[in-house]
Structures are given as structure tokens and as C-alpha cells.
Write a protein that binds this ligand. Structure first.
Ligand code: DUC
Ligand code: ZN
Ligand code: ZN
Length: 472
């Protein structure tokens, strides 16, 4: 099957140009001057399919490097399966996800990874890979890290939060970072001081402060900034490159910036919720509505200016990319587990469908450039997590993961509008986007076009990742 995407503006992390994109099978064959011919023949007449992208942007498919499909959490499990979550991703122009395989204390890392492979295999509409959560750092799990690179898993996540669940203490973090420095793995860190947060949770609940809003009070910015600093110092000591996930506090960005200015290999990711939503308006919504917005790290105070600072960090490259931390829980039967006790609300927001649109809105409002949009949603995730060349770029030889995005289009987000996530509410209800995902190709197959959805479970393949390009 050959496809010609014609008439569009091809946007990369470094520039934009009028060009036609020729797709042959699963990969990009050529990026051509508009109207190029083949041996004197009109190219459009020689291919199997023509996609008219006139007046539109042609960008590399989005890469969401932080999702949690089916994650068991807080006595329930994230409501999107790999099937429903990757279908929603495709609708929104995301053609690769990197999810998290889980190892818990006492379990074998190999078993955790095998379990996540079993969940995802044959289910995904778009390509997928895994980071490895090490929830129990001990001699066995440290030894198991040796084989991760061969498995195509080149990044692992530790938690400074959630004592008794995923938590690692400083001694465990130190050992795991020493190992990752040896192996060239990227250490991803959930940076919040879990034991201190648990004290505040207990005190707030004892005072009768049980509403979702207090989730944000207990998980104060100091908890994030302190843990970020500690992770940076342990990274500095061990020489382990560090990637801090879901950064939401401006003071945490400051810690990253100081470390980067010192020359340390540290990186930060933020998420759409930390750019758009706030402690006051959303976690503090009337009644139990704030539960929709309970995630960790939490939404921050707009009065304190965290959201503006996240945009600034994306502009200055103190933050390198935007993932969703997609971890959806329905209100009914899931979020409502925490009625009367905010600490029992399962943590997470569903956004995998909307990341490309929400971030494009930053282009519309002048927060970021068009090229930076592509960079933070696709190119840097590919480079950071060892997929660049195959993913994250429109160039000959790359997978034909391509999105045609219409800047004149419009997207109304809401349950009865654009909503394909397996969720009974949307944290993004009522958001109006100037822009629209028109066509989505994954490895040369059209998943979405004006006629609707053409994807299928099992199209998506596991991506064996190489080492991060950011390690040196
Ligand atoms: N944060 C969330 O909001 N959900 C899942 C785990 C996490 O760290
Ligand atoms: Zn986390
Ligand atoms: Zn997460």
C-alpha cells in the first residue's frame, strides 16, 4: 500500500516546510517537494491512496510516554484497558504510548514485565512500549535490571511516595541508581515525600478535612520540591541520569533548572493538567466533584502561579516534554471510594485522547511555537526513550506514524462530543480547542480519517527501545 500525503506543511521539532510525504507500506519512503513527479508521472496518480493535507499541518504521531492502562491502584484498577486506551489515543493523534509494567515488593521483575506484556499483546490500536516500575528494590530486583536492556526496556520508575505500595527509601533509591548508572538506564522518579505526606493526611482527616481539596493540601509543593532535590542529589552522587515525572510545582522546576545549570543530566516532564487545571477551581470544586481531579502530584494553586511556571519551563527547556500520566478512574464505583476520605480516592486523570489538542492550544495562545509543540509531544519523547529515527520524526525510513492536523478545525471536548476513553466523566469537559486531528496513520495504516475510526486491537506492536539519546 502506498500513500501520498499532499499539500500540507510538514512540521518538525526544528522547522516547517511545504512538502509531500510518500508512505510505502509501514514506513515513510520520501519527503518531497510539493508536486514532485516520478519518472515524469504525476505521483498522486501512481499511489494507492492520496491524503489531501492542503492548509494543514503534517506532524509525526504523538508519543505519550506516561500512561497507566489497567493499573491496579487504590483497591481498583484504571478503567481504560490497553484496547480502549490505545483507541482513544489514536483518536487524539497519539500513535505510541509507553506504559508502566509493575513489579511490587516480593515479586520478580520478570514476572511483572511478563504480566504487562500479556495484558497488552493483541489489544493495542497503536504501538506501545513499557517502562519498568521497581516497587521493591532488593538483591533480586537489582539483579533483574541487568536483562531489561535486552528486553527493550531502557527506563525504570521509582517512587518516593506511596509507602507500603510502590515506595522506595533513600537506601533503595541509591542502590537502584548505582545500578542504572552502570547499565545506562534512565531513572524515572515520582518525586514526592510519601512518609511526610502520610502524616499530613492523617492530621487533616483527624480534623474532619475529608474533601478532595485536601488531597492537594496534604501533597504540598514542599513535598514535591524536597523530593525532587533529594532525587537530584542522589542522581548527582551516583551519576545516574534522572527523569522526574509529572512535575507540577514551580519550586520543583527550579530544582531541575539549578541541577541542569550545574551540568547534571536531569530532565522533567509535565502534564496537561498542571498547565490548565488548578487546586482552587478543580480540586476545590463543589461537593465531591473535585475527585475527578485527584491525581499525584496534585493540581497546584493558580494564585501561586505554578501553571504559568510550567509553560515557562517548557519554553526555556527546563521541562523537556509533556506526557499525560493517563490513569483514569470512573466516578461511579471508583472515585467514590473516597467519599468522606480523600485519601481513598484513586489517583489519576484520563487525558490520553486530548494531549495533542491541549498542547496545540499552547501554540494558539502563544505559549509555545509550532515546532516546540512537535518537539515536546513527539520528538523529545522519542529521543528520551530510545525510539528516535523510527518514531518522533517524519523522514525516510521512519515508521509512517503521521497526523494531519487542521489548524482551522475545532474540537469540543466533552462526554457527548469527542470522548473515547472508558470513563464516565471528563476532566476536560467543556474545553474548546482551536484545531482538529483530521487523519491519523500508524505504520502506514489509516486509523482515523473523516469517515471515522478504522483501527483494530492488535495493530499496535511492542516497540523494543534502545538507550536514551540524552544519556551522555
Ligand atoms: N499518580 C497518579 O495520579 N496516578 C497513578 C500513579 C501516580 O503516580
Ligand atoms: Zn507517579
Ligand atoms: Zn504515573
Amino acid at each position: 500500500m502506498t500513500t501520498l500525503i499532499t499539500g500540507g506543511t510538514v512540521v518538525s521539532a526544528t522547522g516547517r516546510t511545504q512538502a509531500d510525504v510518500l508512505v510505502d507500506g509501514e514506513t515513510i519512503a520520501a519527503v518531497l517537494s510539493p508536486g514532485s513527479t516520478l519518472l515524469g508521472h504525476d505521483l498522486a496518480g501512481s499511489v494507492d491512496r492520496v491524503v489531501d493535507a492542503s492548509g494543514k499541518y503534517v506532524i509525526p504521531g504523538g508519543i505519550d510516554a506516561h500512561t497507566h492502562m489497567e493499573l491496579p491502584f487504590g483497591g481498583t484498577a484504571a478503567s481504560d484497558t490497553f484496547e480502549t486506551g490505545t483507541r482513544a489515543a489514536a483518536w487524539g493523534g497519539t500513535t505510541t504510548i509507553v506504559d508502566f509494567a509493575v513489579q511490587r515488593a516480593g515479586e520478580r521483575v520478570q514476572d511483572g514485565l511478563a504480566a504487562w506484556h500479556a495484558k497488552a499483546a493483541g489489544q493495542c490500536a497503536v504501538d506501545y512500549s513499557f517502562h519498568q516500575i521497581i516497587g521493591g528494590v532488593d538483591a533480586d530486583s537489582l539483579a533483574a535490571m541487568d536483562s531489561l536492556v535486552d528486553e527493550g526496556i531502557t527506563s525504570f520508575k521509582l517512587f518516593m511516595a506511596y509507602p507500603g505500595v510502590f515506595y522506595s527509601d533513600d537506601a533503595q533509591i541509591l542502590r537502584a541508581m548505582q545500578k542504572s548508572a552502570d547499565l545506562g538506564l534512565l531513572t524515572m522518579m515520582h518525586a514526592e515525600n510519601g512518609p511526610a505526606i502520610d502524616v499530613l493526611v492523617e492530621q487533616l482527616l483527624a480534623q474532619g478535612k475529608t474533601d478532595p481539596y485536601y488531597h492537594g493540601v496534604a501533597r504540598a509543593w514542599q513535598m514535591e520540591a524536597e523530593a525532587t532535590h533529594r532525587a537530584i542529589m542522589l542522581g548527582n552522587l551516583t551519576g545516574a541520569p534522572l527523569y522526574v515525572v509529572h512535575v507540577s510545582a514551580k519550586q520543583a522546576v527550579e530544582q531541575l533548572a539549578i541541577a541542569r545549570d550545574r551540568g547534571q543530566n536531569v530532565f522533567g516532564e509535565t502534564c496537561p493538567q498542571y498547565l490548565y487545571l488548578s487546586l482552587e477551581e478543580h480540586l476545590g470544586a463543589p461537593g465531591f466533584d473535585g475527585a475527578k481531579y485527584v491525581c499525584s502530584t496534585p493540581l497546584r494553586s493558580r494564585a501561586e502561579g505554578h501553571q504559568d511556571h510550567m509553560w515557562q519551563g517548557l519554553r526555556t527547556n527546563d521541562l523537556q516534554m509533556v506526557s499525560t500520566d493517563h490513569c483514569p478512574f470512573c466516578m461511579k464505583g471508583q472515585k467514590e471510594l473516597g467519599v468522606g476520605d480523600f485519601s481513598k480516592i484513586p489517583n489519576g486523570i484520563g487525558s490520553v485522547e486530548h494531549r495533542m489538542d491541549l498542547m496545540y492550544q499552547g501554540v494558539v495562545t502563544g505559549e509555545i511555537s509550532l515546532e516546540r509543540w512537535v518537539e515536546i509531544t513527539s520528538t523529545t519523547p522519542a529521543r528520551m526513550f530510545g525510539m528516535y529515527g523510527r518514531k518522533g520524526v517524519i523522514a525516510p525510513g521512519a515508521d509512517a506514524d503521521v497526523v494531519v492536523y487542521d489548524p482551522q478545525g475545532h474540537t469540543s471536548i466533552g462526554l457527548d462530543k469527542t470522548h473515547h476513553m472508558n470513563l464516565d466523566h471528563s476532566a476536560w469537559e467543556g474545553f474548546e480547542i482551536d484545531g482538529h486531528v483530521d487523519v491519523v496513520l500508524s505504520r502506514g495504516s489509516v486509523l482515523v480519517d473523516e469517515a471515522g475510526y478504522h483501527g483494530r486491537p492488535g495493530h499496535g506492536q511492542f516497540v523494543k527501545r534502545g538507550l536514551s539519546q540524552y544519556l551522555i
